[in-house]
Design a protein around this ligand. Structure first.
Ligand code: C2E
Ligand code: MG
Ligand code: MG
Length: 520
Protein backbone atom coordinates (compact mmCIF):
# COMPACT_ATOMS: atom_id res chain seq x y z
CA UNK A 1 0.00 0.00 0.00
CA UNK A 2 2.69 2.43 1.03
CA UNK A 3 4.71 1.38 -1.97
CA UNK A 4 1.88 2.28 -4.34
CA UNK A 5 1.59 5.64 -2.59
CA UNK A 6 5.29 6.14 -3.22
CA UNK A 7 4.93 5.23 -6.86
CA UNK A 8 2.49 8.01 -7.26
CA UNK A 9 4.51 10.55 -5.40
CA UNK A 10 5.10 13.92 -7.01
CA UNK A 11 8.64 13.12 -8.01
CA UNK A 12 7.59 10.06 -10.01
CA UNK A 13 4.78 11.97 -11.71
CA UNK A 14 7.09 14.88 -12.54
CA UNK A 15 9.80 12.62 -13.97
CA UNK A 16 7.25 10.71 -16.07
CA UNK A 17 5.72 13.97 -17.25
CA UNK A 18 9.04 15.52 -18.24
CA UNK A 19 10.18 12.35 -19.98
CA UNK A 20 6.81 12.16 -21.69
CA UNK A 21 7.09 15.76 -22.86
CA UNK A 22 10.65 15.28 -24.12
CA UNK A 23 9.69 12.09 -25.93
CA UNK A 24 6.54 13.85 -27.16
CA UNK A 25 8.64 16.71 -28.54
CA UNK A 26 10.97 14.20 -30.19
CA UNK A 27 7.90 12.41 -31.51
CA UNK A 28 6.63 15.67 -33.00
CA UNK A 29 10.04 16.37 -34.55
CA UNK A 30 10.07 12.83 -35.94
CA UNK A 31 6.46 13.19 -37.05
CA UNK A 32 7.28 16.51 -38.73
CA UNK A 33 10.23 14.94 -40.55
CA UNK A 34 7.96 12.12 -41.71
CA UNK A 35 5.29 14.62 -42.77
CA UNK A 36 7.93 16.58 -44.73
CA UNK A 37 9.14 13.51 -46.53
CA UNK A 38 5.53 12.57 -47.37
CA UNK A 39 5.00 16.12 -48.67
CA UNK A 40 8.18 15.92 -50.71
CA UNK A 41 6.89 12.74 -52.35
CA UNK A 42 3.60 14.54 -53.11
CA UNK A 43 5.55 17.45 -54.61
CA UNK A 44 7.62 15.12 -56.80
CA UNK A 45 4.44 13.52 -58.14
CA UNK A 46 2.86 16.90 -58.79
CA UNK A 47 5.90 18.21 -60.68
CA UNK A 48 6.00 15.08 -62.83
CA UNK A 49 2.34 15.64 -63.80
CA UNK A 50 3.09 19.26 -64.75
CA UNK A 51 6.02 18.26 -66.90
CA UNK A 52 3.99 15.58 -68.64
CA UNK A 53 1.41 18.25 -69.54
CA UNK A 54 4.13 20.67 -70.75
CA UNK A 55 5.65 17.95 -72.94
CA UNK A 56 2.30 17.11 -74.44
CA UNK A 57 1.72 20.82 -75.25
CA UNK A 58 5.13 21.14 -76.89
CA UNK A 59 4.52 17.95 -78.87
CA UNK A 60 1.18 19.28 -80.06
CA UNK A 61 2.69 22.68 -80.90
CA UNK A 62 5.37 21.10 -83.08
CA UNK A 63 2.77 18.93 -84.78
CA UNK A 64 0.29 21.79 -85.33
CA UNK A 65 2.98 24.06 -86.74
CA UNK A 66 4.06 21.33 -89.16
CA UNK A 67 0.53 20.84 -90.41
CA UNK A 68 -0.26 24.56 -90.54
CA UNK A 69 2.79 25.10 -92.73
CA UNK A 70 1.19 22.94 -95.40
CA UNK A 71 -0.63 25.91 -96.91
CA UNK A 72 -3.85 25.08 -98.77
CA UNK A 73 -4.16 27.40 -101.71
CA UNK A 74 -3.67 31.13 -101.23
CA UNK A 75 -2.42 32.06 -97.76
CA UNK A 76 -5.43 33.27 -95.76
CA UNK A 77 -7.71 32.37 -98.66
CA UNK A 78 -10.93 30.53 -97.76
CA UNK A 79 -9.44 27.04 -98.07
CA UNK A 80 -6.32 28.04 -96.08
CA UNK A 81 -8.44 29.58 -93.33
CA UNK A 82 -10.64 26.49 -93.27
CA UNK A 83 -7.51 24.35 -93.05
CA UNK A 84 -6.23 26.41 -90.07
CA UNK A 85 -9.61 26.21 -88.35
CA UNK A 86 -9.76 22.43 -88.68
CA UNK A 87 -6.26 22.16 -87.21
CA UNK A 88 -7.17 24.45 -84.30
CA UNK A 89 -10.44 22.64 -83.71
CA UNK A 90 -8.71 19.30 -83.43
CA UNK A 91 -5.94 20.53 -81.13
CA UNK A 92 -6.30 20.00 -77.42
CA UNK A 93 -4.22 22.72 -75.89
CA UNK A 94 -4.06 25.24 -78.73
CA UNK A 95 -6.43 28.13 -78.86
CA UNK A 96 -5.61 29.69 -82.21
CA UNK A 97 -3.54 28.92 -85.27
CA UNK A 98 -2.34 31.90 -87.36
CA UNK A 99 -0.86 32.43 -90.80
CA UNK A 100 2.31 34.53 -90.99
CA UNK A 101 2.87 36.43 -94.19
CA UNK A 102 5.97 38.61 -94.45
CA UNK A 103 6.63 38.45 -90.70
CA UNK A 104 3.10 39.68 -89.90
CA UNK A 105 0.00 37.88 -88.66
CA UNK A 106 -2.26 37.95 -91.72
CA UNK A 107 -5.11 35.75 -90.51
CA UNK A 108 -5.94 33.16 -87.88
CA UNK A 109 -8.47 30.45 -87.15
CA UNK A 110 -10.13 32.68 -84.57
CA UNK A 111 -9.67 36.19 -85.96
CA UNK A 112 -10.18 35.48 -89.62
CA UNK A 113 -8.37 37.81 -92.07
CA UNK A 114 -6.63 40.76 -90.40
CA UNK A 115 -6.57 43.94 -92.36
CA UNK A 116 -4.07 45.39 -92.01
CA UNK A 117 -1.97 42.44 -90.85
CA UNK A 118 -0.85 42.48 -87.21
CA UNK A 119 2.74 43.52 -86.63
CA UNK A 120 4.26 41.44 -83.90
CA UNK A 121 6.68 42.54 -81.18
CA UNK A 122 10.18 41.03 -81.26
CA UNK A 123 10.13 37.50 -79.75
CA UNK A 124 11.41 36.76 -76.23
CA UNK A 125 13.43 33.89 -77.57
CA UNK A 126 14.38 32.10 -80.75
CA UNK A 127 14.93 28.37 -80.31
CA UNK A 128 17.82 26.41 -81.81
CA UNK A 129 15.56 25.18 -84.64
CA UNK A 130 14.47 28.74 -85.49
CA UNK A 131 11.10 28.92 -83.75
CA UNK A 132 10.18 32.24 -82.20
CA UNK A 133 8.68 32.27 -78.74
CA UNK A 134 6.68 34.97 -76.99
CA UNK A 135 6.28 33.89 -73.41
CA UNK A 136 3.55 36.35 -72.50
CA UNK A 137 2.12 37.80 -75.69
CA UNK A 138 -0.97 40.03 -75.41
CA UNK A 139 -3.77 38.50 -77.48
CA UNK A 140 -5.41 40.60 -80.19
CA UNK A 141 -8.94 39.53 -79.36
CA UNK A 142 -8.94 39.58 -75.56
CA UNK A 143 -6.80 41.22 -72.93
CA UNK A 144 -5.31 37.86 -72.01
CA UNK A 145 -1.67 37.01 -72.41
CA UNK A 146 -0.56 33.66 -73.74
CA UNK A 147 2.39 31.67 -74.93
CA UNK A 148 2.80 32.09 -78.66
CA UNK A 149 5.15 30.01 -80.80
CA UNK A 150 5.88 30.76 -84.42
CA UNK A 151 7.51 28.46 -86.94
CA UNK A 152 8.04 29.49 -90.56
CA UNK A 153 4.60 30.59 -91.96
CA UNK A 154 2.38 29.74 -88.99
CA UNK A 155 2.02 30.41 -85.32
CA UNK A 156 0.05 28.92 -82.45
CA UNK A 157 -1.46 30.43 -79.34
CA UNK A 158 -1.33 28.03 -76.44
CA UNK A 159 -4.52 27.96 -74.42
CA UNK A 160 -3.87 30.11 -71.33
CA UNK A 161 -6.08 27.66 -69.43
CA UNK A 162 -3.95 24.71 -70.48
CA UNK A 163 -2.91 24.08 -66.87
CA UNK A 164 -6.06 25.16 -65.05
CA UNK A 165 -7.07 21.61 -64.24
CA UNK A 166 -3.65 21.01 -62.71
CA UNK A 167 -3.83 23.86 -60.22
CA UNK A 168 -3.72 22.17 -56.86
CA UNK A 169 -3.41 24.08 -53.61
CA UNK A 170 -1.15 24.47 -51.69
CA UNK A 171 1.28 23.71 -54.54
CA UNK A 172 2.56 26.64 -56.61
CA UNK A 173 4.03 26.04 -60.01
CA UNK A 174 5.78 27.60 -62.95
CA UNK A 175 6.83 26.41 -66.37
CA UNK A 176 10.04 27.48 -67.97
CA UNK A 177 11.36 27.32 -71.47
CA UNK A 178 15.09 27.02 -71.29
CA UNK A 179 17.52 28.48 -73.74
CA UNK A 180 20.58 26.40 -73.02
CA UNK A 181 22.71 28.22 -75.61
CA UNK A 182 22.04 31.63 -74.12
CA UNK A 183 21.73 30.30 -70.56
CA UNK A 184 18.39 31.71 -69.54
CA UNK A 185 14.96 30.45 -68.67
CA UNK A 186 11.80 31.96 -69.97
CA UNK A 187 8.86 31.70 -67.65
CA UNK A 188 5.75 30.94 -69.63
CA UNK A 189 3.52 30.42 -66.63
CA UNK A 190 3.50 31.15 -62.92
CA UNK A 191 5.84 33.17 -60.76
CA UNK A 192 9.57 32.78 -60.25
CA UNK A 193 9.88 30.07 -57.57
CA UNK A 194 13.58 29.44 -57.74
CA UNK A 195 16.73 31.04 -59.02
CA UNK A 196 17.09 30.64 -62.85
CA UNK A 197 20.48 28.99 -62.42
CA UNK A 198 18.79 25.86 -61.06
CA UNK A 199 16.53 25.66 -64.12
CA UNK A 200 19.23 26.42 -66.67
CA UNK A 201 21.29 23.55 -65.24
CA UNK A 202 18.34 21.36 -66.38
CA UNK A 203 18.85 18.81 -63.66
CA UNK A 204 15.99 17.21 -61.82
CA UNK A 205 16.50 18.39 -58.27
CA UNK A 206 14.70 18.77 -54.94
CA UNK A 207 15.85 21.82 -53.04
CA UNK A 208 14.93 23.80 -49.95
CA UNK A 209 14.80 27.53 -50.49
CA UNK A 210 13.77 29.75 -47.64
CA UNK A 211 10.56 28.33 -46.29
CA UNK A 212 9.83 26.28 -49.44
CA UNK A 213 10.34 22.78 -50.67
CA UNK A 214 11.04 23.07 -54.41
CA UNK A 215 11.15 20.43 -57.12
CA UNK A 216 12.45 20.99 -60.66
CA UNK A 217 11.78 18.44 -63.41
CA UNK A 218 13.16 19.02 -66.93
CA UNK A 219 12.13 17.28 -70.13
CA UNK A 220 14.61 15.04 -71.90
CA UNK A 221 12.99 15.71 -75.28
CA UNK A 222 12.26 19.41 -75.16
CA UNK A 223 13.75 22.50 -73.52
CA UNK A 224 11.02 22.82 -70.92
CA UNK A 225 11.09 22.44 -67.19
CA UNK A 226 8.32 22.23 -64.62
CA UNK A 227 8.95 23.81 -61.23
CA UNK A 228 6.69 23.27 -58.23
CA UNK A 229 6.97 24.64 -54.72
CA UNK A 230 5.35 24.00 -51.39
CA UNK A 231 5.61 26.02 -48.22
CA UNK A 232 7.11 23.86 -45.44
CA UNK A 233 4.41 24.82 -42.97
CA UNK A 234 1.72 23.96 -45.48
CA UNK A 235 3.56 20.77 -46.31
CA UNK A 236 3.26 19.56 -42.73
CA UNK A 237 -0.29 20.66 -41.97
CA UNK A 238 -2.11 18.03 -44.09
CA UNK A 239 -0.20 15.49 -42.06
CA UNK A 240 -0.79 17.21 -38.73
CA UNK A 241 -2.78 14.22 -37.51
CA UNK A 242 0.21 11.97 -38.02
CA UNK A 243 2.54 14.60 -36.52
CA UNK A 244 0.35 14.84 -33.43
CA UNK A 245 -0.01 11.07 -33.45
CA UNK A 246 3.77 10.72 -33.36
CA UNK A 247 3.91 13.30 -30.58
CA UNK A 248 1.23 11.55 -28.55
CA UNK A 249 2.91 8.21 -29.13
CA UNK A 250 6.21 9.71 -28.02
CA UNK A 251 4.54 11.15 -24.93
CA UNK A 252 3.00 7.82 -24.01
CA UNK A 253 6.18 5.84 -24.71
CA UNK A 254 8.37 8.39 -22.89
CA UNK A 255 6.08 8.48 -19.87
CA UNK A 256 5.71 4.75 -19.86
CA UNK A 257 9.42 3.99 -20.17
CA UNK A 258 10.28 6.42 -17.39
CA UNK A 259 7.59 4.82 -15.26
CA UNK A 260 9.26 1.48 -15.88
CA UNK A 261 12.60 3.11 -15.02
CA UNK A 262 11.09 4.49 -11.87
CA UNK A 263 9.71 1.11 -10.92
CA UNK A 264 13.11 -0.45 -11.50
CA UNK A 265 14.64 2.31 -9.46
CA UNK A 266 12.16 1.55 -6.72
CA UNK A 267 12.92 -2.14 -6.92
CA UNK A 268 14.01 -2.98 -3.41
CA UNK A 269 17.74 -3.10 -2.85
CA UNK A 270 19.08 -6.23 -1.17
CA UNK A 271 18.15 -6.30 2.50
CA UNK A 272 21.74 -6.25 3.70
CA UNK A 273 22.44 -3.10 1.63
CA UNK A 274 19.36 -1.37 3.05
CA UNK A 275 20.44 -2.46 6.54
CA UNK A 276 23.79 -0.69 6.13
CA UNK A 277 21.86 2.47 5.32
CA UNK A 278 19.56 1.81 8.30
CA UNK A 279 22.53 1.51 10.67
CA UNK A 280 23.73 4.93 9.56
CA UNK A 281 20.40 6.70 9.47
CA UNK A 282 18.77 5.96 12.78
CA UNK A 283 16.17 3.51 11.51
CA UNK A 284 17.10 0.96 14.20
CA UNK A 285 15.97 0.91 17.80
CA UNK A 286 15.96 -1.42 20.79
CA UNK A 287 13.23 -2.95 22.88
CA UNK A 288 13.64 -4.91 26.09
CA UNK A 289 11.73 -7.97 27.28
CA UNK A 290 11.84 -8.75 31.00
CA UNK A 291 12.90 -12.16 32.31
CA UNK A 292 11.53 -13.04 35.72
CA UNK A 293 12.18 -15.59 38.44
CA UNK A 294 9.12 -17.80 38.07
CA UNK A 295 9.04 -18.52 41.84
CA UNK A 296 9.17 -14.98 43.11
CA UNK A 297 8.03 -13.04 40.01
CA UNK A 298 11.05 -10.75 40.49
CA UNK A 299 12.65 -9.35 37.36
CA UNK A 300 16.16 -10.77 37.12
CA UNK A 301 17.16 -9.75 33.64
CA UNK A 302 15.90 -8.47 30.31
CA UNK A 303 16.66 -9.41 26.75
CA UNK A 304 17.63 -6.60 24.36
CA UNK A 305 15.91 -7.09 20.99
CA UNK A 306 16.57 -5.01 17.92
CA UNK A 307 13.86 -3.36 15.83
CA UNK A 308 14.03 -1.95 12.30
CA UNK A 309 11.41 0.27 10.78
CA UNK A 310 12.48 1.21 7.26
CA UNK A 311 11.91 4.49 5.39
CA UNK A 312 8.53 3.24 4.18
CA UNK A 313 7.44 2.59 7.75
CA UNK A 314 7.63 -1.19 7.32
CA UNK A 315 8.81 -3.19 10.34
CA UNK A 316 11.29 -5.83 9.21
CA UNK A 317 11.50 -8.87 11.53
CA UNK A 318 14.90 -9.12 13.26
CA UNK A 319 15.42 -12.80 12.54
CA UNK A 320 14.99 -11.98 8.81
CA UNK A 321 17.46 -9.11 8.59
CA UNK A 322 19.93 -10.56 11.08
CA UNK A 323 20.28 -13.71 9.02
CA UNK A 324 20.57 -11.59 5.82
CA UNK A 325 23.35 -9.63 7.54
CA UNK A 326 25.01 -12.88 8.58
CA UNK A 327 24.98 -14.10 4.98
CA UNK A 328 26.39 -10.76 3.88
CA UNK A 329 29.06 -10.65 6.57
CA UNK A 330 27.70 -7.48 8.18
CA UNK A 331 26.04 -8.96 11.28
CA UNK A 332 28.97 -7.74 13.39
CA UNK A 333 27.77 -4.17 12.80
CA UNK A 334 24.43 -5.07 14.36
CA UNK A 335 26.13 -6.55 17.41
CA UNK A 336 28.25 -3.43 17.82
CA UNK A 337 25.18 -1.19 17.47
CA UNK A 338 23.29 -3.22 20.12
CA UNK A 339 26.17 -3.31 22.61
CA UNK A 340 26.74 0.45 22.39
CA UNK A 341 23.03 1.15 22.52
CA UNK A 342 22.50 -1.05 25.59
CA UNK A 343 25.44 0.53 27.39
CA UNK A 344 24.13 4.03 26.69
CA UNK A 345 20.41 3.45 27.31
CA UNK A 346 20.44 0.84 30.08
CA UNK A 347 23.65 2.05 31.75
CA UNK A 348 21.93 3.91 34.64
CA UNK A 349 19.60 0.97 35.37
CA UNK A 350 22.48 -1.50 35.40
CA UNK A 351 24.67 0.71 37.57
CA UNK A 352 21.80 1.11 40.07
CA UNK A 353 21.07 -2.62 40.10
CA UNK A 354 24.39 -4.49 40.16
CA UNK A 355 22.70 -7.90 40.04
CA UNK A 356 20.52 -7.07 37.04
CA UNK A 357 21.51 -8.58 33.68
CA UNK A 358 20.74 -7.42 30.17
CA UNK A 359 21.23 -10.11 27.55
CA UNK A 360 22.32 -9.35 24.02
CA UNK A 361 21.97 -11.70 21.04
CA UNK A 362 25.21 -12.33 19.20
CA UNK A 363 26.02 -14.34 16.07
CA UNK A 364 28.53 -17.03 15.14
CA UNK A 365 30.73 -14.57 13.24
CA UNK A 366 31.23 -12.50 16.40
CA UNK A 367 32.93 -15.41 18.10
CA UNK A 368 35.81 -15.47 15.63
CA UNK A 369 35.97 -11.71 15.12
CA UNK A 370 38.79 -10.14 17.17
CA UNK A 371 37.17 -6.70 16.95
CA UNK A 372 34.14 -8.07 18.82
CA UNK A 373 36.23 -8.53 21.97
CA UNK A 374 37.70 -5.07 21.46
CA UNK A 375 34.23 -3.54 21.26
CA UNK A 376 33.16 -5.34 24.46
CA UNK A 377 36.19 -3.89 26.19
CA UNK A 378 35.72 -0.34 24.83
CA UNK A 379 32.02 -0.34 25.61
CA UNK A 380 31.98 -1.70 29.14
CA UNK A 381 35.39 -1.17 30.71
CA UNK A 382 35.17 1.95 32.80
CA UNK A 383 31.44 2.28 32.12
CA UNK A 384 30.39 1.28 35.62
CA UNK A 385 28.59 -1.70 34.09
CA UNK A 386 30.02 -4.99 35.34
CA UNK A 387 30.80 -7.61 32.73
CA UNK A 388 28.54 -10.10 34.50
CA UNK A 389 25.62 -7.73 33.80
CA UNK A 390 25.93 -8.27 30.05
CA UNK A 391 24.75 -11.74 29.12
CA UNK A 392 25.50 -12.99 25.62
CA UNK A 393 22.94 -15.16 23.86
CA UNK A 394 24.13 -17.62 21.26
CA UNK A 395 21.75 -19.78 19.28
CA UNK A 396 22.50 -23.43 18.73
CA UNK A 397 23.14 -22.55 15.09
CA UNK A 398 25.94 -20.23 16.20
CA UNK A 399 27.72 -23.02 17.99
CA UNK A 400 27.58 -25.44 15.07
CA UNK A 401 31.38 -25.24 14.85
CA UNK A 402 32.23 -26.61 18.32
CA UNK A 403 35.99 -25.88 18.15
CA UNK A 404 35.47 -22.17 17.64
CA UNK A 405 32.44 -22.03 19.93
CA UNK A 406 33.97 -23.81 22.91
CA UNK A 407 37.06 -21.58 22.94
CA UNK A 408 35.02 -18.41 22.40
CA UNK A 409 32.53 -19.27 25.12
CA UNK A 410 35.40 -19.95 27.51
CA UNK A 411 36.96 -16.60 26.62
CA UNK A 412 33.69 -14.69 27.11
CA UNK A 413 33.05 -16.35 30.43
CA UNK A 414 36.58 -15.58 31.50
CA UNK A 415 35.85 -11.93 30.79
CA UNK A 416 32.89 -12.23 33.14
CA UNK A 417 30.01 -12.45 30.67
CA UNK A 418 27.36 -15.08 31.33
CA UNK A 419 26.75 -17.08 28.15
CA UNK A 420 23.23 -18.20 27.22
CA UNK A 421 22.39 -20.99 24.79
CA UNK A 422 19.35 -19.56 23.00
CA UNK A 423 16.47 -21.50 21.46
CA UNK A 424 17.75 -24.67 23.02
CA UNK A 425 16.21 -27.81 21.55
CA UNK A 426 15.73 -26.49 18.03
CA UNK A 427 19.19 -27.10 16.70
CA UNK A 428 21.89 -29.67 16.57
CA UNK A 429 23.30 -29.62 20.07
CA UNK A 430 22.07 -32.58 21.97
CA UNK A 431 22.11 -32.81 25.68
CA UNK A 432 25.52 -34.46 25.49
CA UNK A 433 27.06 -31.51 23.67
CA UNK A 434 25.83 -29.13 26.34
CA UNK A 435 28.55 -30.26 28.68
CA UNK A 436 31.33 -29.39 26.21
CA UNK A 437 29.94 -25.97 25.41
CA UNK A 438 30.04 -25.03 29.05
CA UNK A 439 27.49 -22.23 28.96
CA UNK A 440 25.84 -20.61 31.98
CA UNK A 441 22.22 -20.53 30.99
CA UNK A 442 20.03 -22.60 28.79
CA UNK A 443 17.09 -20.87 27.11
CA UNK A 444 14.46 -23.47 26.46
CA UNK A 445 12.91 -22.82 23.06
CA UNK A 446 9.30 -21.78 23.02
CA UNK A 447 8.38 -24.89 20.99
CA UNK A 448 8.67 -26.82 24.30
CA UNK A 449 6.71 -24.19 26.19
CA UNK A 450 3.95 -24.32 23.59
CA UNK A 451 3.60 -28.05 24.01
CA UNK A 452 2.79 -27.77 27.72
CA UNK A 453 -0.83 -28.75 28.34
CA UNK A 454 -1.23 -30.20 24.83
CA UNK A 455 -0.27 -33.79 25.60
CA UNK A 456 2.31 -33.57 22.84
CA UNK A 457 5.35 -35.84 22.81
CA UNK A 458 7.60 -32.80 23.03
CA UNK A 459 6.48 -32.01 26.49
CA UNK A 460 7.50 -35.44 27.69
CA UNK A 461 11.16 -34.56 27.19
CA UNK A 462 10.86 -31.26 29.06
CA UNK A 463 11.37 -32.83 32.50
CA UNK A 464 14.38 -34.67 31.10
CA UNK A 465 15.92 -31.41 29.82
CA UNK A 466 15.26 -29.68 33.13
CA UNK A 467 16.83 -32.58 34.99
CA UNK A 468 19.90 -32.55 32.76
CA UNK A 469 20.27 -28.80 33.22
CA UNK A 470 20.26 -29.25 36.97
CA UNK A 471 22.85 -31.98 36.64
CA UNK A 472 25.10 -29.66 34.63
CA UNK A 473 24.52 -26.75 36.98
CA UNK A 474 22.82 -24.68 34.30
CA UNK A 475 20.17 -22.11 34.97
CA UNK A 476 17.10 -22.38 32.72
CA UNK A 477 15.17 -19.54 31.14
CA UNK A 478 11.90 -20.73 29.66
CA UNK A 479 11.05 -18.80 26.48
CA UNK A 480 7.64 -18.00 25.06
CA UNK A 481 5.45 -18.30 28.14
CA UNK A 482 2.12 -17.17 26.81
CA UNK A 483 -0.40 -18.73 29.18
CA UNK A 484 -0.95 -19.11 32.90
CA UNK A 485 -0.84 -22.90 32.46
CA UNK A 486 2.62 -22.68 30.96
CA UNK A 487 3.71 -20.25 33.68
CA UNK A 488 2.44 -22.54 36.45
CA UNK A 489 3.97 -25.63 34.85
CA UNK A 490 7.47 -24.18 34.92
CA UNK A 491 6.98 -22.29 38.19
CA UNK A 492 6.24 -25.60 39.92
CA UNK A 493 9.06 -27.50 38.18
CA UNK A 494 11.72 -28.96 40.50
CA UNK A 495 14.27 -26.59 38.91
CA UNK A 496 14.33 -22.99 39.84
CA UNK A 497 13.35 -21.65 36.38
CA UNK A 498 13.34 -18.17 35.04
CA UNK A 499 10.80 -17.25 32.38
CA UNK A 500 10.19 -14.88 29.48
CA UNK A 501 7.06 -14.44 27.41
CA UNK A 502 3.96 -12.51 26.65
CA UNK A 503 2.23 -13.81 29.80
CA UNK A 504 4.87 -11.85 31.70
CA UNK A 505 5.56 -8.94 29.38
CA UNK A 506 5.89 -8.25 25.71
CA UNK A 507 9.12 -6.58 24.58
CA UNK A 508 8.78 -2.83 25.09
CA UNK A 509 10.75 0.36 24.86
CA UNK A 510 13.26 1.04 27.65
CA UNK A 511 10.87 3.27 29.67
CA UNK A 512 8.38 0.39 29.94
CA UNK A 513 11.20 -1.84 31.21
CA UNK A 514 11.87 0.65 34.00
CA UNK A 515 8.20 0.61 34.93
CA UNK A 516 8.14 -3.19 34.89
CA UNK A 517 11.25 -3.33 37.06
CA UNK A 518 9.71 -0.95 39.58
CA UNK A 519 6.58 -3.11 39.74
CA UNK A 520 8.53 -6.39 40.01
P1 C2E B 1 15.29 -14.77 20.32
O1 C2E B 1 16.65 -14.30 20.71
O2 C2E B 1 14.92 -16.14 20.65
O3 C2E B 1 14.28 -13.72 20.89
C1 C2E B 1 13.04 -14.06 21.38
C2 C2E B 1 11.98 -13.82 20.37
O4 C2E B 1 10.77 -14.37 20.84
C3 C2E B 1 11.75 -12.34 20.18
O5 C2E B 1 11.34 -12.18 18.85
C4 C2E B 1 10.57 -12.08 21.09
O6 C2E B 1 9.81 -10.96 20.72
C5 C2E B 1 9.80 -13.35 20.88
N1 C2E B 1 8.94 -13.63 22.04
C6 C2E B 1 9.12 -13.32 23.32
N2 C2E B 1 8.11 -13.81 24.06
C7 C2E B 1 7.28 -14.46 23.24
C8 C2E B 1 6.05 -15.17 23.40
O7 C2E B 1 5.52 -15.31 24.48
N3 C2E B 1 5.48 -15.72 22.30
C9 C2E B 1 6.04 -15.56 21.07
N4 C2E B 1 5.42 -16.10 20.03
N5 C2E B 1 7.20 -14.88 20.85
C10 C2E B 1 7.80 -14.36 21.95
P2 C2E B 1 11.97 -11.10 18.00
O8 C2E B 1 12.24 -9.87 18.75
O9 C2E B 1 11.14 -11.03 16.79
O10 C2E B 1 13.36 -11.67 17.62
C11 C2E B 1 13.44 -12.78 16.84
C12 C2E B 1 14.87 -13.28 16.80
O11 C2E B 1 15.69 -12.33 16.12
C13 C2E B 1 15.51 -13.39 18.13
O12 C2E B 1 15.12 -14.62 18.74
C14 C2E B 1 16.97 -13.36 17.79
O13 C2E B 1 17.40 -14.59 17.30
C15 C2E B 1 16.97 -12.37 16.68
N6 C2E B 1 17.31 -11.06 17.23
C16 C2E B 1 16.50 -10.15 17.81
N7 C2E B 1 17.21 -9.07 18.19
C17 C2E B 1 18.50 -9.31 17.87
C18 C2E B 1 19.73 -8.59 18.04
O14 C2E B 1 19.79 -7.50 18.60
N8 C2E B 1 20.88 -9.18 17.56
C19 C2E B 1 20.85 -10.41 17.00
N9 C2E B 1 22.01 -10.92 16.58
N10 C2E B 1 19.72 -11.13 16.84
C20 C2E B 1 18.56 -10.58 17.28
MG1 MG C 1 17.65 -14.35 22.26
MG1 MG D 1 15.24 -17.45 21.77
Amino acid sequence: MRRSVRLLDKRAILVCLIAGLVAGALGIIGGRATALSLARADLDGYTATLLARAESIVRETVDVLARANQIKGVPCGPSDLRHLRIIAFKARHIKDVGRIVEQKLACSSLLGVLSPPYIQLPPDMVTADGRKVWANAPLVLTNEIALVVEGRNANVVINPAAYVDLIQKPFRYSLAIVNPAKGFALLSRGARLVDDSFIVARKDVSINTGGDLVRIDCSMAYSVCAVAALNRGEAVSPHSVSVLGFGALGFILGGFSSLIGFLLHLKPKPLAVRLRDALRSNQLSMVFQPIVDLHSGRMVSAEALIRWTDRDGCAIPPDVFVSAAEDNGTAGEITEYVLRHVSRIAGPLLRDNPELVITVNIVAADLSDPSFYGILEQTFDGSGIARHQIGLELTERSVAQPDVAVAAIARLRALGHPVYLDDFGTGYSGLAQLQDLNVDVLKLDRAFTNSVGTGSVTVSIVPQILEMATALGLRVVVEGIETDTQYSYFASAPNHCYGQGWAISRPHAYEALLAFKAAH
